[in-house]
Design a protein around this ligand. Structure first.
Ligand code: SF4
Ligand code: SF4
Length: 159
């Protein structure tokens, strides 16, 4: 439970995802559960898909009709609370933020990790993006089995 151990429950996670059929296209999943004065997700979105409103303490909301899954909000969020997700052919493709060294490389297979930090499967690294505007937050595109859709949250290098 979030307030006890910092781990969101499955029920909390589900509230952040769009309807399953919408995930045939990439959509931003925002796991920002606490009211804090923060809004780079909203101001960075080139498509106006994230709104916070007049009170900067409001939780961000995604308009899934406007979201293109571009990933700008993923590396713009200082809390690393956003990822992009889509599903196809029994796989789930995520764009996640990553800030540890060494960075992953394309075609490597890393551990897929859940919100408790547990290894839950494999994650194929498809693409690694780092532009100047990302300020050292790498955008990593990974592929995992669709069964991990609501559990996967990050990657860990295999030793
Ligand atoms: S993924 Fe792109 S379009 Fe979607 S909310 Fe984030 S910045 Fe906006
Ligand atoms: S930028 Fe990140 S931490 Fe800040 S409000 Fe948006 S989702 Fe939450």
């Amino acid at each position: 439970m979030l307030v006890k151990d910092g781990v969101a429950t499955k029920e909390q996670v589900y509230t952040r995802y769009p309807a399953h059929e919408l995930l045939i296209k990439p959509k931003a999943i925002i796991e920002c559960y606490e009211s804090i004065p923060c809004n780079p997700c909203s101001t960075s979105c080139p498509f106006g898909a994230i709104t916070i409103g007049d009170d900067i303490n409001n939780l961000p909301k995604v308009d899934f009709d406007k979201c293109t899954g571009c990933g700008v909000c993923v590396y713009s969020c200082p809390g690393l609370a956003i990822m992009v997700c889509e599903i196809f052919e029994n796989k789930a493709r995520f764009k996640i933020p990553y800030e540890f060294l060494p960075y992953p490389k394309e075609n490597e297979v890393w551990h897929a990790v859940n919100r408790k930090g547990e290894v839950i499967g494999d994650a194929l690294i498809e693409k690694v993006t780092l532009t100047k505007r990302q300020d050292r937050t790498v955008l990593v595109q990974v592929l995992v089995d669709e069964i991990l859709l609501y559990d996967f949250v990050t990657i860990r290098r295999k030793l």
